[in-house]
Structures are given as C-alpha cells and as structure tokens.
Design a protein around this ligand. Structure first.
Ligand SMILES: [Zn+2]
Length: 423
C-alpha cells in the first residue's frame, strides 16, 4: 500500500452517489484553454468522466445544471497558519479572558468560511497547540464541512530568537541527531510534511534573515530523514545564502524566497528539480503597509515587496513551479493572494494554475487534487462568471455558487436560500 499522508487518511468519507454537473465552462487546471458546454460526472467522491457533449445524465445521478457557470478545481492555500493568533479574538479590558476551548470554535467557524470561499485544501505551515489536528479529526467525523488540512506540526528551527517570539510554534533542534529526532517527533504527531526555518524571519528584529541558521549537515539530516520516510520538506527562506542551501540540499518548497531574482542560477536549478516557490506576496504587502512593525522591519518589508515583485517575474520567466500561499489572515481571504500574483505580473491563467495544480504539486498531492480530470478527488468550485476575465470573483462570497468536497456539495449560494453578503 502506498504511503498516504495523514490529511488524506483524515478525509471525511466520500459521497456515495453520482453527481452530474452539466452545462459548465471548465477551467481544468492543466494549462489547457477554458472549454464551454462541459459535463462532469462525479462518482464515489472522485471525478469519473469529463465530457464535452451534452449527453443525457447517467441513471440515478443527482443532476445540477450549472447554466454556463465556471467549474474549476478547489483552490489550495499552500501557506497558512491555521492555529496561529489569527483565529483568536482579543477580549476587551474587563471582559473574561478566553476559555481554553473557545479557540477551537473560532477555528471551526473560520474553516467553514474557508471552504465556503472555494478553498478546499490548506497547508498549515506552523501553528500553536493542537487546533489543526483537532479540527481535521472533527471534520473527519462530520462535525462541520471544511478544507482538507495538512500540517507540519511544529516548525523545526535551530535555537534562536524566533523560538522565543513564536513560543509554542517551534521545535528547536541543534545538531544532526537532534534535528532527525525533531523530524520524527513531527511524524509521530501526524504531520504531513516537515517545515524548517532555514533562515531567520523578517518579523523578528533580533534575527538576521541572511545567513543560514542551520549548518549544511543539520539541513541535510532533516531533508534525508523526511524524504526517507516519504515526507516533503518546506523551508522558510529569506536571505540568499540560506535559500541557496535549501535549494542545494533538496527541499521541496521554498517559502518567500524574495531575493531569488538576484540568483537566476538558483531559479534555473529550482525549475530543473521541480522545487516550488511559494511567494506569499500578501504577507509582504501587509507588513510593508502596517505601521505596527518596528521601523527597521518596516523598511526591510518595503524593500522585500520590490524584491518579491522582481522575483515573481524572474521565476515565471524561468519556468519555476509556483503555488499560492496567503500567509495572512483571515484564512478565508486567501483568494487575495491570487489577485496579488496577477498584480505582480502573472496572467490570470497562470495565477489560477498556481492556486490549483501548483498548490497540489507543492503538497505532493498532484495525483489526487488540483485539476478537473478523471480519477482525481472531486474537490470542485463553481463560480458565477469567468474567473479568467474577472479573477476577483474568487474573492466575492456571493459569486461562489457551489463548493464540492469529495463529491458532496458542502457550500455556496446554490445551497443557501437567501444569499448573503459577507458581514
Ligand atoms: Zn508563514
């Protein structure tokens, strides 16, 4: 039996019946042009057939006429912090402090909204506590509909200031044996992949994001242990020295990587080795626009936005695989990253591929999700209008008409008696 990620094991049971989605405009996610008049047959939670002609629906199928609306693969947010501070309200002075279980309810409410917006898979790249694994267990047993959740457990990081700033989010590890043990601890926990802080973070003024934080031996041990056990490695990368180390040592996804425009040879190497870049533009833009950061970090943040703009163009030119990662809150608004990628130079088609097939590849799930093709899991979104002509509709709750998870219609205006605008 092939290795299966915990997130797939935790998927809720697929729909048993047949679903016939007819009269659709199709964005397949494979790179081919959009097609009209398509019908999609879903059977047992998977896409059984994609047909062009308007043939009669198969017997016993639930027929849904899409009336020319666009069907596309469910979106993938490849860089999220589900259990971070994002989902927690801050009580006013004098109000009762949050009770221990309250956070989980807020996380569940947010995850419902995530799937409501057509985001059917989320990769959690570092969170505090157990809210991610708890939420996915609850979804497995039908507590509420939400996206498939992949998690790294704790981020593996060498001992450093970040461990103090992001208390509870890191597993600090030093020396090859300890790093290997840290990887094993995450797999023991139910992680789907391993995340490493190859460089310091731009959000911690005590960290220098330039030099690699780990030695080559430590990173090599981390990658070896992860790959040996069948897991992918995701690396936080800012400065070029650390980014180069991550690329050379064979990590699978480079997060941020905003200075790579200065190293076309490294972009070439990423393209040749199918290493994925997750540019997280929204976070960079948000930081640069927020006076809540220290002046030093704000200045660096503004510089990083311009670097990221050059890097996205260079990565696109160099044929580097891209995935959409929002790295911001609220999680439901991840479609904003799609718009940012377009603003920074991708065509809407390229950005949509990054948000679907690109994300699936980044997560190692390219055989299961990311395109609308026979055999794939039926995680689908139907939107009112053409997202290639008007990509902003993917951020408009009223235009998300139907979301299907594993063959089951779970959200969308089609299921709501009175469509309501977001509050
Ligand atoms: Zn992040």
């Amino acid at each position: 039996m092939p290795h299966r990620l915990p997130a797939l094991i935790a998927d809720p049971p697929p729909a048993e019946g047949r679903l016939w989605l007819s009269n659709a405009r199709l964005f397949e996610g494979t790179g081919s042009a959009t097609r009209q008049g398509v019908c999609v047959l879903v059977e047992g939670g998977r896409i059984a057939r994609v047909v062009e002609a308007s043939e009669p629906p198969p017997e016993g199928a639930l027929v849904v006429d899409l009336d020319g609306r666009t069907i596309l693969p469910g979106l993938v947010d490849a860089h999220a912090h589900v259990g971070g501070s994002f989902d927690r309200p801050t009580p006013l002075k004098g109000a009762e402090a949050l009770l221990p279980g309250t956070t989980a309810h807020h996380a569940a409410a947010e995850l419902r909204e995530v799937v409501r917006m057509g985001i059917t898979t989320v990769r959690d790249v570092g969170s505090v506590g157990d809210v991610v694994v708890e939420a996915r267990q609850a979804m497995r047993y039908g507590a509420f509909p939400g996206p498939r959740l992949l998690t790294c457990g704790r981020i593996v990081s060498p001992t450093g200031p970040g461990g103090r700033f992001f208390r509870g989010m890191y597993r600090e590890a030093d020396g090859s044996d300890d790093v290997r043990r840290a990887v094993r601890e995450q797999l023991r926990y139910g992680a789907d992949f391993v995340k490493v802080m190859t460089t310091g973070a731009r959000t911690v003024e005590l960290e220098d994001p330039d030099p690699p934080q780990l030695t080559r031996e430590e990173l090599a041990a981390l990658v070896d242990e992860s790959h040996r056990m069948g897991y992918r490695v995701c690396a936080h990368c800012e400065g070029l020295a650390g980014t180069e180390l991550a690329i050379v040592e064979g990590v699978d996804t480079i997060e941020h990587g905003m200075y790579l425009n200065q190293r076309p040879d490294m972009l070439e190497r990423m393209a040749a080795n199918d290493q994925v870049l997750v540019p997280t533009l929204s976070f960079l833009l948000g930081l640069a626009a927020s006076p809540t950061w220290t002046p030093l970090l704000l200045e660096l943040g503004r510089h990083n936005v311009e670097q990221a703009r050059l890097t996205l163009a260079a990565a696109r030119e160099g044929g580097v695989r891209l995935a959409m990662g929002y790295d911001s809150s609220p999680l439901r608004s991840a479609g904003n990253e799609l718009l940012a990628m377009i603003e920074f130079g991708l065509t809407p088609h390229e950005a949509l591929v990054a948000a679907t097939a690109g994300g699936a590849y980044a997560l190692g799930l390219e055989d299961e999700i990311g395109t609308v093709e026979a055999g794939k899991l039926a995680d689908l979104v139907v939107v009112d209008g053409d997202p290639l002509a008007s990509p902003e509709i993917l951020c408009d709750r009223a235009r998300i008409w139907l979301v299907v998870r594993l063959g089951t219609p779970v959200a969308g205006t089609a299921l709501e008696r009175t469509p309501v605008a977001p509050a």
